[in-house]
Design a protein around this ligand. Structure first.
Ligand code: PLP
Length: 354
């Protein structure tokens, strides 16, 4: 039986994508060769890369607006440093909303001065700080659109006159926002797009080339752009599979269509958390993430019963992150509504048993 996969990352992909990707491993487009055993310079793969880069921009409404899409390696964690290397000259602002923001701050500090414009560390990151000021002479403001571990999401895009950088690893392509408000977006593929191994970077070209440091080649966005995201051997399978997911999303009607499904899933999940007295949500209500719902049992004695029921219902991946505890239901684009229904059913069954 196929499981209901609530894993936080790497995470669920559409079954159609898994099927196509597995076929391409054996024989890519009836070429007699696997997608992972052909040259990345071959026409077959260059077409994949170009299609993936074009779709990445098109689905966010960013084509023809001065942006370039790159499929890089090293995960979102490498972007913590790469962003600073390419953009940090004097001082940058960081909005600290969770474990990933904290890590981004730590890496950027190795290069130069950064300032935390606001932080929710005082409450174990269960809310998003609001009403902070960002000096207009900073090099950029860095934010995290969705805090995967804590289950909070940035609902309001910060209004700034300086370049806006955002780690969108866990909610890119999930909601219909004005992506052109951002100058640089990065996202590890393994949450909402593809397998681990590639990181999507979308950057507005005119913010680059302004720092005085001599950037190492592999860390230099401009060189990656110049080489068509082929500065060295790209992670071919991860790029190909990400392209398949983007094609799947486009066929479904794009980000606007998937947002409606994601809203339905999240609202079903959160109404159970709110109405069922055995559960309590972790994140502040107005900041709740549509992707990762974090919650706890109100009575720890029910832990074993609940977890046995989850296993019996084929529900996988709902254990919370070690820094929050409790449970986390990750409801990425590919998770069907039926899976949320199955989880909610177990929760309400627990209530009737207790
Ligand atoms: C998972 C995650 C990361 C880390 O991604 P890696 O690809 O493992 O480096 C960074 N930021 C956010 C918001 C994440 O969810």
């Amino acid at each position: 039986m196929k499981k209901h996969n609530f894993s936080a990352g790497p995470s669920i992909l559409p079954p159609e994508v898994l099927l196509k990707a597995s076929q391409a491993i054996v024989d890519y487009n009836n070429s007699g060769l696997s997608i992972i055993e052909i040259s990345h310079r071959s026409k077959d793969f260059v077409d994949v890369m170009e299609n993936a880069r074009a779709l990445a921009l098109e689905l966010l409404g960013l084509e023809g607006k001065g942006y370039k899409a790159l499929f890089l390696q090293g995960g979102a964690s490498t972007q913590f440093l790469m962003v600073a290397m390419n953009l940090l000259e004097k001082r940058a602002g960081y909005l600290n909303t969770g474990a990933w923001s904290t890590k981004a701050i730590k890496e950027a500090k190795k290069l130069d001065d950064i300032y935390e414009v606001a932080s929710s560390a005082d409450a174990n990151f269960n809310y998003i700080p609001k009403g902070f000021d960002v000096p207009s002479d900073y090099d950029y403001l860095h934010c995290t659109s969705n805090n995967t571990i804590f289950g909070t999401q940035l609902k309001q895009i910060p209004q700034v006159d300086i370049p806006l950088v955002c780690d969108m690893s866990s909610d890119i392509y999930s909601r219909n926002i004005d992506y052109s408000k951002f100058d640089l977006i990065y996202a590890g593929a393994q949450k909402n797009m593809g397998p681990a191994g590639t990181t999507l970077v979308i950057v507005k070209e005119d913010i680059l080339g302004k720092v005085s440091r001599d950037i190492p080649s592999i860390m230099d966005y401009k060189l990656h752009i110049k080489s068509g995201s082929m500065l060295n051997t790209p992670p071919v399978f991860a790029v190909y599979t990400s392209m398949l997911t983007l094609e799947w999303l486009k066929a479904k009607g794009g980000v606007a269509a998937i947002e409606k499904e994601n809203e339905k899933k999240a609202s079903l999940m959160y109404s159970e958390i709110d109405l069922n007295p055995l559960f309590k949500g972790f994140a502040a209500k107005e900041d709740r993430s549509m992707m990762n719902a974090t919650f706890n049992l109100t009575n720890d004695n029910l832990k074993e019963t609940f977890e046995t029921m989850l296993v019996e219902a084929g529900i996988s991946g709902v254990n919370g992150h070690r820094s929050v505890g409790g449970y986390r239901a990750s409801m990425y684009n590919a998770l069907p509504l039926e899976s949320v229904k199955a989880l909610v059913e177990v929760m309400s069954e627990l209530e009737s048993k207790a």
